[in-house]
Design a binder for this molecule. Structure first.
Ligand code: FES
Length: 105
């Protein structure tokens, strides 16, 4: 099974099973990481699913849409590898990807 590596705000790293066709947010949430609020449920309207992706994986993710880009601009913690985890879907090409839950805004 492909794996997703999740790093929480205190730096704890956990390897979870990555489910194909699920969003990265759904995988993180389904594994009980309460830090990732995902308040809008994946509608790209809250930015509480903000993660920072290890830069070597950025090219493998689908391009960011305008809505995601605009919403990320509302975060004080936006960085070059920021994504809203409800947008990219997980698949085998992302096996081993490492994402860090962004600080709370
Ligand atoms: S869950 Fe709200 S923007 Fe991703």
């Amino acid at each position: 099974m492909p794996k997703l590596i999740v790093v929480t705000r205190d730096g704890t790293e956990t390897v979870v099973e990555g489910k194909e066709g699920w969003s990265v947010m759904e995988i993180i949430r389904d594994n009980g990481f309460d830090e990732l609020l995902a308040l809008c449920g994946g509608c790209c309207s809250c930015a509480t699913c903000h993660v920072q992706v290890d830069e070597c994986w950025l090219d493998k993710l689908p391009k960011m849409g305008a809505d995601e880009d605009d919403l990320l601009d509302t975060s004080d913690h936006r960085g070059p590898s920021s994504r809203l985890s409800c947008q990219p879907q997980f698949g085998p090409e992302l096996d081993g990807m490492r994402v860090r839950i962004a600080p709370e805004d």
